[in-house]
Design a binder for this molecule. Sequence first.
Ligand code: CP3
Length: 368
Amino acid sequence: MALVPDPASRSALPPFLRACRGLPGGPDDRVPVWFMRQAGRSLPEYRAIRGSGSILDAIRDPELSAEITLQPVRRYGVDAAILYSDIVVPVAAIGFGVDVAPGVGPVVEQPFARREDLERLRPLDPEADTPYVLETVAILAKELPVPLIGFAGAPFTVASYLIEGRPSRTYARTKALMHADPQLWHELMGRLADLAVTSLRSQVGAGAVALQVFDSWAGALSPPDYERFVLPHSRRVFAEVADLDVPRIHFGVGTGELLGLMADAGADVVGVDWRVPLDVARGRVPADRALQGNLDPAICLAPWKVVAEATRDVLARNAGHPGHVFNLGHGVLPETDPSVLERVVELVHAEGRCDGTAPPAPGSDRER
Ligand code: CP3
């Protein structure tokens, strides 16, 4: 870590923001933890207030969305909140014809197929198109006891939904388009990068203090294809929010082979899924980046003893490195028992070290 912070400014930062910056904590500081998809999904209090319409309707209700964002903060004691919204909100708001089908994910009436479809992707005007997002963020900036993470879908992952028309296993149409018509592909990615930048900037303008870019499905690509077809656009997204001076997190699933290239895109924090042990991931990104991850979300369905051991293994592999934001390797699974996540937070707070001192090795006799 190149940075040697002065102790006064260090203690002024909440643990999550300190870790994103890779700054060492004091002896009493804690490893911050939050969970991707912590808002919604497994919480009974979420199901109780969510209603039955499209999630896009719930997102258009600022009071409701703010409450859903707050629920996991209260329940779990996590160190950051993630805005209750979705990666397809900007494209839906400019009228591309996207909805989110319960239990399925984003579905598109008329998928992106040809050059004329670019006209359906006009720029986003956040105040006119997504005023409800700004209002939700503003409510949260006042009410939250922890930092608020704003987010956007990365150009590739959003493009995959627009082109496939629904969630895909192979991304065949997406890959066919990028290889068949690279020029059209780059224009599409350019427009989606603009949408992401505009949306991210507006969220920070309203009060978000960190940003995450979800390139959830980038792991479908080979490194050369990622480098040629995706990296320039994701790099531009990070560059065009750099002046906001908030930590920028970059996450994808199955991206073990892409971690170095993803780090090249410029984020401060690189998200790691559960497939790459954290110590191995550390070797794949430059030393000045923090890591976020990477407990396998499926392990949270196992008995507590197993979850505790896996949690300790993540901490041990991080070995007290100050640049670690504890998280799952992907989103909370809907069937997760919330009390397990509550215990994971307690354990990370109790045993995680962020001052360069490694926690006890997993398997050591510390089970409680
Ligand atoms: O807690 C949070 O993470 C905050 C809110 C959030 C949602 N979506 C709400 C949501 C966030 C950060 C997202 C991002 C998102 N959306 C991603 C990237 C993160 C990831 O998991 O990789 C992706 C790929 C999407 C697209 C999407 N939206 C899918 C695939 C689905 C359906 C499947 C599912 O996960 O249930 C959605 C719907 C969705 N977005 C739900 C929630 C809480 C569940 C459905 C609902 O309550 O209506």
